[in-house]
Design a protein around this ligand. Structure first.
Ligand SMILES: [Zn+2]
Length: 366
């Protein structure tokens, strides 16, 4: 411990970014799924800043009840306020809290990093929504009086209650439109749904761009899969497609590398080579706009099967690429990122594959 840290400090030398901290995270028995996601989120700078700000504001409020949000904020604050530039931190309280909140993560078995990320973001949103409701209620009554129970009154002045947009939403939330066109009357039915990440089906020797294209390609609903058209009042053949209506500021892409194979009766890991570019253009899927994204973190699954293996992460910070493997942190060349694309052959000795990709929007051009 520590040795890897000082090596990193030497490697960065004068270029060590002012105020930045690079800390490995201790593993508490197969908690690499958690560590790899935490590093990606820590280096998601808008998210980190909001979380640190939340923590700073909340500390002055007195008695913050411990929850996953306070544990995460506490951990990030602990990392960012370290005197040393590098080292190792034990995310003990956070991991304990995760296990307490969700029995799925209680065992020492290998867990899915994407499931964990999903659980974490939704949990943070739930906590922020509850807090917002609580402050609304207490501000409607005397400020000194704590509300123990009672219904949460919707605003009395007739304003429709909009769903709360938290800073978690502001970073990660995008909107998809699911369009279905009845082939008889040509009526288009559109249904919006929000997302925190996109789960993409993958193919051998493909790229993120082609996976995104497949994701929003037109699908025909026919035979036993017909669509009930409200206008025709009957089942009709239809065309369906998904479009990204509002791209998120942080685009998280989950590659579906774990596939259930019916003949085998179990999940199999797809080691397919899927190229993920450092700069991604989201053009074909968005109406009339070209959004540019830059890759800043990759959660990598190491191993050949779905039930065992290891997770590490690659992170870009101040134009340097770093490799986080639990306690250890190393600097890597940008060109190393492409060794995590996957394998063009089915059996390969390289089992380190990009699994969750984190892109940040770098301003839109039309
Ligand atoms: Zn119709």
């Amino acid at each position: 411990m520590g040795a890897a840290g000082s090596k990193l400090e030497k490697a960065l030398g004068d270029q060590f970014p002012e105020g930045e901290r690079y800390f490995g995270l201790e593993n508490f028995g197969n908690t690499c799924y958690c560590n790899s996601v935490l590093q990606a989120l820590y280096f998601c700078v808008p998210f980190r800043e909001q979380l640190l700000e939340y923590y700073a504001n909340n500390k002055n409020q007195g008695d913050p009840e411990e929850n996953l949000l306070t544990c995460l904020a506490d951990l990030f604050t602990q990392i960012s306020s370290q005197k040393k530039k590098t080292g190792v931190i034990a995310p003990k309280r956070f991991v304990q809290r995760v296990k307490k909140e969700n029995e799925l993560f209680r065992s020492y078995m290998h867990q899915d990093a994407h499931e964990f990320l999903n659980f974490l973001l939704n949990e943070l949103v739930d906590i922020l929504e509850k807090e917002s409701n609580a402050t609304k209620v207490s501000s409607e009554t005397s400020p000194s009086k704590k509300i123990a129970n009672g219904p949460c009154h919707p605003q009395a002045n007739g304003i429709r209650k909009e769903p709360l947009v938290t800073w978690v939403h502001k970073s990660f939330q995008g909107i998809l439109t699911n369009e279905t066109k009845c082939l008889r009357c040509e009526t288009v039915t559109a249904r919006d749904e929000t997302f925190f990440d996109l789960s993409l089906d993958i193919e051998q020797n493909s790229s993120i761009t082609s996976c995104l294209k497949n994701f929003s390609s037109t699908e025909t609903l026919n035979a036993e899969d017909k669509f009930f058209c409200d206008k025709c009042c009957s089942l009709q053949e239809a065309q369906k497609r998904m479009k990204i209506k509002k791209p998120p500021s942080i685009l998280v892409i989950h590659l579906k590398r774990f596939k259930y194979i019916e003949q085998l009766g179990r999940y199999k890991k797809l080691s397919y080579r899927v190229v993920f570019p450092l700069e991604l253009k989201l053009s074909s899927t968005v109406n009339n706009s070209d959004l540019e994204y830059s890759l800043f973190a990759v959660v990598v699954h190491v191993g050949s099967g779905p039930n065992h293996g290891h997770y590490v992460s690659l992170v870009k910070s101040h134009n340097h690429w770093l490799f986080f493997d639990d306690e250890s942190v190393e600097m890597i060349d940008e060109s190393t990122v492409q060794t995590f694309f996957g394998s063009a052959q089915e059996y390969s000795s390289n089992t380190d594959h990009g699994y969750i990709l984190f892109y940040e929007s770098v301003g839109g051009k039309s």
